[in-house]
Design a protein around this ligand. Structure first.
Ligand SMILES: Cc1cc2nc3c(=O)[nH]c(=O)nc-3n(C[C@H](O)[C@H](O)[C@H](O)COP(=O)(O)OP(=O)(O)OC[C@H]3O[C@@H](n4cnc5c(N)ncnc54)[C@H](O)[C@@H]3O)c2cc1C
Length: 414
């Protein structure tokens, strides 16, 4: 069975990462037939950029919620039922888990940002570190697979999941570079660059998420799952867990707020571009504001920047308003609300990350200007996030229950 699937999965297929909801839905339609047993047996292989037949590559659209997790799950479950698509469903729930987990431990994101700044300062004062870092991000380390992936990331904005794990492991344990600089390199270049999935995955590889448990990239595993494209030499043979001296307290989740029952301005952000679907009525109009430059103190990669900008512009098309990339969100929001003649601004809830920080800063200023900002949490997040307090497997056990609560068909098909 696996042999047959493997042959099928190696077919040529390059993905067009166009930042529109229509393209995301088309990719979902194209891939849904492969989210069953074929995905389970072949998903760990990275056949290269021109052979993305075995994974969905839906993450850029999901990350910006041009399409939502619930839509993807509903489509996949309708096509296969839970028992056949269980693995794919579980992968989507990894995303949900990371978002819910970081939401309840926001100090992890704050610490990452602080340590990233320190690592960037060290780059400026430590010549050896600077040289090694530049070799890594330019793909000049001499480790063939790593160099290939560094260049693939910058050129395409996408890496296969297994490759992200190998890359992070080589970065931390072979090249011995600070993990925060690697996470930043990913966040600046990935089209799906996401504060929760990215930060927590790097921490997971380094042994900080599941304390003491690291991920070691092994040459034979890389050779197998790249089908012999790479056979790296000189990789670290041990992965000593990273440590940190701080505990991250669990904080309560925000309570969901009621959607506006008066005319409002819809604020679209890169965290949720299907914002209108959480509101009971249509907005007076909409505005789109970008916070991509808040992802990093360093410049964003062109592919990731263009995807986020294009995504927000395409979501604004029905409103005929261009997206704004502004440091100051307050001025454009006040102006747009005044022009629309409303005193309420509503937006889909942003989880921990740059957009959320922007919203937190702007909310009191809007209040001073007589405007209220309402952040509406999706029922999907409100139902799933409370189960992301500890390890992923705790949430995984609850998937059938959660699908049921989300009114998604959990019935196992025979
Ligand atoms: C070091 C590292 C950094 C990562 N950074 C990001 C990131 O910034 N943004 C991001 O969306 N994902 C990140 N991931 C998770 C994962 O690699 C990607 O979500 C996945 O590769 C996207 O490809 P796909 O859509 O083809 O996945 P598929 O295999 O087709 O999976 C379907 C969907 O499930 C979700 N998913 C699958 N695997 C994971 C996972 N391990 N963690 C979280 N969600 C998952 C994604 O939304 C994905 O689109 C990272 C993983 C690692 C190891």
């Amino acid at each position: 069975m696996t042999e047959k699937f493997l042959e099928l999965a190696k077919a040529k297929e390059t993905i067009s990462f166009k930042p529109t909801r229509t393209t995301g839905l088309e990719r979902l339609k194209q891939f849904v037939g492969r989210t069953g047993r074929r995905y389970t047996s072949t998903r760990n292989y990275d056949f290269g950029t021109e052979r993305r037949c075995n994974v969905s590559a839906l993450s850029p659209w999901l990350r910006h919620r041009l399409i939502t997790e619930k839509e993807v799950l509903a489509t996949v479950l309708a096509a296969h039922g839970f028992n056949v698509a269980e693995k794919f469903v579980q992968e989507v729930f990894w995303r949900t888990y990371f978002k819910g987990w970081l939401e309840q431990r926001p100090s992890v994101w704050a610490l990452y940002q602080r340590d990233l700044l320190s690592a960037c300062e060290r780059l400026a004062s430590d010549e050896d570190l600077e040289i090694r870092f530049n070799e890594a991000v330019k793909g000049n380390t001499g480790i063939d697979c790593f160099d290939h992936w560094a260049q693939e990331l910058v050129a395409t904005g996408y890496l296969h999941n297994h490759t992200r794990m190998w890359f992070a492991s080589i970065w931390i344990f072979t090249l011995r570079l600070p993990w925060q600089l690697g996470a930043d390199f990913f966040l600046r270049h990935l089209l799906d660059g996401d504060p929760s999935s990215n930060t927590l995955s790097w921490r997971w590889v380094g042994g900080l998420h599941t304390k003491g448990k690291t991920y070691l990239a092994r040459p034979d595993n890389i050779a197998k799952y790249t089908e012999g494209r790479f056979q790296p030499k000189g990789l670290a043979k041990f992965a000593e867990p990273l440590t940190e001296q701080v505990d991250h307290p669990l904080i309560p989740l925000s309570s969901p707020r009621s959607p506006p029952d008066c005319p409002y301005l819809l604020l679209l952000t890169e965290d949720d571009l299907s914002g209108e679907s959480v509101m009971p009525t249509s907005p007076a109009t909409a505005i789109g504001l970008l916070a991509t430059h808040g992802r990093s103190p360093n410049p964003m990669g062109d592919a990731a920047k263009d995807f986020a900008k294009g995504a927000i512009s395409s979501a604004l098309e029905p409103y005929e308003k261009p997206a704004k990339s502004a440091d100051d969100w307050c001025g454009p929001l006040i102006e747009a609300a005044r022009n629309a003649g409303v005193t309420t601004i509503a937006t889909a809830y942003s989880p921990v990350g740059p957009t959320r920080s922007r919203l937190d800063r702007v909310e009191p200023l809007l209040r001073d200007a007589g405007l209220s900002l309402i952040r509406i949490m999706r029922p999907y997040d409100a139902i799933t996030w409370p189960h992301a307090r500890a390890g992923y497997f705790g949430l995984r056990k609850k998937i059938p229950l959660l699908l049921d609560q989300l009114n998604l068909p959990f019935q196992r098909r025979l």
